[in-house]
Design a protein around this ligand. Structure first.
Ligand code: SF4
Length: 325
């Protein structure tokens, strides 16, 4: 039996694409397609891939904001898709989310004090006095002064607003935080401050993170393990050091090669990723990456590659079966 804090098994989630006056479903967007991942207690799993690859849909399924079509989400040994109301409330305390745009996720008409008090009210925790104390403690933890309480989200910088978002996520003492592009909208110097804050909080509170980003450089800084997602599917996963040292899937190799290097004499080892991610409404047959893959060969366009696993490093590519083709 698995000892993982979170185990996602064979998860699928799609959305009907509706058109016309009667809004009939004309097609189906399979955003998450048979995805399996695990997150251990105290660990950070980085989930990386381009926009539109299904990362955020997966995050929202885990946070119980979307109901998956099939598969399982096991948290601390319990299938969260079968929880009753009381168990769901307890789950929502244990799993929190930090969103990309705190301006959208924080209610702009509420003061910071109201925003940070709300989770205690919803979950009926403490009284007026203890909630006031907790809010000030949370602000101190994320490096904001108590005077922030009387201010509104628009009065803060992007980095400060994200600190408020982190304080809110911490309020119910969660075990897992899903960070959905949590630093993507921030300047590089502010990004590293927020990443360092997340690392400090992880050490202090033994938190686990599912850290989602489209930028492999950001994920590298914080992750113990990395999973790479393409068009609704996981195509590679391994320990963080291993995946950067020895990427097996051509998509991961392209992503790593596109990380900017501050050295004008640096020569890229591989090809730059070209073109757009195809639509998940009508994904390519065979290997989904074959329309953009620099290593594509005959079999790739009609046969889907199985996942190959060696020493906890998995990748789905035909080349791993027969490197000489
Ligand atoms: Fe490229 Fe073929 Fe491997 Fe897919 S299976 S990543 S198209 S080489």
């Amino acid at each position: 039996m698995s000892t993982a804090l979170l185990e996602v098994q064979d998860l699928c989630k799609g959305f009907p694409v509706r058109e016309g006056i009667l809004l009939r479903a004309r097609a189906y967007n399979q955003a998450v397609d048979h995805v399996s991942i695990t997150v251990e207690a105290g660990e950070t799993l980085g989930l990386v891939g381009e926009s539109g690859c299904g990362k955020s849909t997966l995050a929202r399924c885990i946070a119980k904001l979307y109901q998956p079509d099939s598969g399982q989400i096991i948290f601390e040994g319990q299938n969260i898709l079968k929880l009753n109301r009381r168990q769901t409330l307890a789950y929502r305390r244990s799993v929190q989310m930090i969103f990309q745009d705190p301006m959208e996720s924080l209610n702009s008409r509420h003061s910071v004090e109201e925003i940070l008090t709300e989770p205690f009210i919803i979950h009926n925790i403490g009284n007026h006095k203890t909630r006031r104390e907790e809010v000030r403690k949370l602000l101190d933890i994320v490096g904001l002064p108590a005077s922030a309480c009387s201010h509104y989200p628009f009065e803060f910088s992007g980095g400060q607003r994200q600190r408020i978002g982190i304080a809110r996520a911490l309020s119910l003492k969660p075990k897992l935080i899903v960070c959905d592009e949590a630093v993507s909208a921030l300047d590089v110097s502010i990004q590293s401050q927020i990443l360092n804050l997340l690392l400090d909080l992880q050490r202090e509170f033994n938190l686990s993170y599912l850290f989602i980003a489209h930028d492999l450089a950001v994920v590298k800084h914080i992750s113990d393990r990395v999973a790479v997602m393409y068009l609704g599917q996981i195509v590679e996963s391994a320990k963080s050091d291993e995946i950067y040292r020895n990427p097996l899937h051509p998509y991961t190799q392209s992503l790593i090669d596109s990380i900017p290097v501050p050295d004008p004499s640096h020569k890229r080892s591989g090809e730059i990723l070209r073109g757009e991610v195809p639509s998940a409404i009508n994904p390519p047959d065979g290997c989904r990456f074959h329309t953009r893959c620099p290593m594509v060969f005959d079999r790739c366009s009609h046969q889907s590659p199985p996942m190959h696993n060696r020493d906890n490093h998995s990748a789905a590519c035909h080349l791993l079966e027969n490197p000489n083709r």
